[in-house]
Write a protein that binds this ligand. Structure first.
Ligand code: DGT
Ligand code: CA
Ligand code: CA
Length: 574
């Protein structure tokens, strides 16, 4: 059985949940949760990194003890700590923690007092009105629990793109490895680089005797086979991810790829265009009456409706068809266009590597420059820098720039934007830096008006350069704060500031729709890794996917510019 990062993360998560319900030491719980975040965000499999001889304790949240447990899980598939806890408490208890409003103390009480062991029993107890009488719960809480469970139980689970990629790539390689498979492509939302993916839709061409379907369902990661026919099979992987595989004839491959890449809205619009021209377009091909006039390639489908091929990330029916018709499709930015990274942490705050190591790894990526942007002191949990430590770091960077060849280290800061729009460091200190990245890390629930004004005021500081993760959302965890993004974008234009597209898989913020607006308003976007270790440069790939979804071209992305231009652009002319 292969053990993926997410398998290890799931085990740590379960341990943390159990410990929390037991009322164990909060620092111990937190250590497991931090490790979970790290594992989920990694671009590479832990197993691979260990095989390469990498020192994993350099990763955020992974100490010696947890590394030992990771090795134990890789060897045995489980961990003694977890097995022990599982003997002490019913397994369904941890899922109760996922119910909004239920913390560990409440879960413990529900278990002790009502013997509620899982969400089904909780739902039943709420329906029967047993929860309101528990001390500390009340009728309002009971109603809330009921609402949450009734709406959430049916809700479909989605996976972050970076997470799905960890499963998708080895599976695709496995399929392509077979001599029976001629071509294999993952279509659907994955191909469109959506930030989250519901299920994988894979198309293959090749031998039609059932051997490919057989190989597919025998993949080592398959947990359940939901259906299997001659040309189609559906499985569930052990992670819970569903995968549909379809075998299509070569003359239909392009049509099937176009259809299953979606989005549904885009497909409907393309079909309608076809109908207006007397054509029938479906997943088998393009037909004029009975005659097939296209479908072998995706190009042939678009050509049939007189359009150039529209790249997958654009296919959301947000104006791409009109743009294609007018010859105004963007030429999408590519990962290789990036010349640097303008948001990086090191050991000095909550990162894992030192400046030199980050520079060396950036150099290997082919970057001309990186910017070191630690947190400021307000973010105490991240060991943020005050003026003194920041100025010390500047001196260190000067020294390193003398020493290291081939890459330039820019001096920056990820300064906290305080509740009233002031910045967490004095302008005089900020003025000594090459760039100032400003970010909101607190007071997410201000009114729209106050939140917007707070950010606008921060941007007006003379040295403000880039607004980091402008919407503040964390996928599946925190909604974006309420803010007038259009006003912020227009202000950025006026002031000569920039917006960040933070490429961390849990953020992917600026949202694609706002990238499109930024582009239209003439504001450049900086696609930054927010790296906390050398491995996090991998994030950029997902950031670029989202930038493409946001219609960004090379010229729209700040850090595709060479160093001499960057220096000039970062100097505000106002
Ligand atoms: P997901 O899986 O929820 O992240 O999103 P998709 O876009 O991968 O959607 P999925 O897996 O339900 O279907 C894959 C593609 O198949 C979808 O993007 C477009 C196409 N498709 C599915 N259902 C329909 C439909 O009813 N009409 C049309 N025209 N296309 C459809
Ligand atoms: Ca899908
Ligand atoms: Ca599907």
């Amino acid at each position: 059985m292969p053990i993926h990062n997410l398998d290890i993360a799931a085990i740590f998560e379960e341990i943390a949940d159990f410990l929390e319900i037991k009322g164990d030491n909060p620092f111990r719980v937190r250590a497991y949760r931090n490790a979970v975040l790290t594992l989920k965000g990694l671009g590479e499999e832990v197993k691979t990194l260990l095989n390469q001889g990498q020192d994993l304790t350099r990763l955020p949240g992974i100490g010696k003890d947890l590394l030992g447990k990771i090795k134990e899980i890789l060897d045995t598939g489980t961990c003694r700590t977890l097995e022990k806890l599982r003997k002490q408490m019913p397994p369904g208890l941890t899922e109760l923690l996922r119910v909004p409003g239920l913390g560990p103390k409440r879960v413990q009480k529900l278990y002790r007092m009502l013997n509620i062991q899982n969400t089904e029993q909780l739902l039943q107890a709420a329906r029967d009105g047993h929860i309101r009488d528990l001390f500390g719960f009340g009728e309002k809480t009971e109603r809330h629990i009921l609402e949450m469970l009734e709406t959430n139980l049916g809700a479909q689970r989605r996976f972050k793109l970076a997470t799905v990629t960890q499963y998708a790539e080895p599976l695709l390689a496995y399929l392509k490895d077979s001599p029976d498979v001629k071509d294999a492509v993952i279509a659907g939302s994955y191909r469109r680089s959506r930030e989250t993916v519901g299920d994988l839709d894979i198309l293959v061409t090749g031998r039609a005797d059932g051997s490919i379907m057989e190989r597919f369902i025998n993949y080592e990661d398959v947990k359940d086979v939901l259906s299997k026919g001659a040309t189609r099979a559906t499985v569930i992987l052990r992670s819970g991810l569903q995968v549909d595989l379809r075998l299509v004839p070569e003359e239909s491959f392009g049509a099937a790829l176009q259809y299953f890449t979606g989005s549904k809205a885009h497909n409907i619009a393309i079909r309608k265009l076809g109908r207006q021209m007397g054509l029938k377009i479906n997943e088998y091909g393009v037909f004029k009456g009975k005659r097939r006039i296209g479908g072998r390639t995706e190009n042939s489908v678009y050509r049939a409706v007189n359009l150039p091929c529209i790249f997958p990330e654009l296919r959301e029916n947000r104006g791409e068809i009109e743009a294609a018709r007018a010859g105004l499709l963007p030429k999408p930015v590519k990962l290789a266009d990036l010349k640097g990274d303008l948001h990086i942490h090191t050991k000095a705050s909550d990162g894992r590597n030192n400046i030199e190591e980050m520079a060396e790894a950036g150099s290997k990526k082919g970057f001309e420059y990186i910017a070191i942007t630690e947190h400021s002191s307000r973010l105490a949990i991240a060991r943020g820098l005050d003026s003194r430590r920041l100025l010390q770091q500047c001196e260190e960077i000067d020294r390193l720039n003398e020493k290291i060849k081939g890459i330039t280290i820019l001096k920056g800061i990820e300064v906290d934007i305080l509740e009233d729009g002031r910045l967490d460091l004095p302008d005089a200190v900020l003025g000594k830096l090459d760039l100032v990245v400003g970010a909101v890390h607190s007071h997410f629930d201000l009114s729209r008006k106050r939140q917007t004004e707070r950010i606008l005021k921060a941007m007006e500081h003379p040295h403000f350069s880039i607004l980091a993760h402008p919407g503040g959302r964390i996928i599946d965890k925190r909604e974006p704060y309420d803010v007038d993004m259009l006003r912020i974008i227009r202000k950025a234009y006026q002031l000569g500031c920039f917006l960040e597209l933070n490429a961390h898989p849990k953020r992917l913020d600026l949202l694609d729709i706002y990238c499109q607006i930024a582009r239209d308003e003439g504001v450049m976007v900086s696609v930054n890794s927010d790296a906390h270790s050398i491995f996090d440069y991998e994030n950029l790939r997902f950031g670029i996917g989202q930038a493409r979804r946001g219609w960004l071209e090379k010229k729209d992305v700040l850090n595709t510019r060479p160093l001499r231009q960057i220096r000039r652009l970062l100097k505000r002319t106002l």
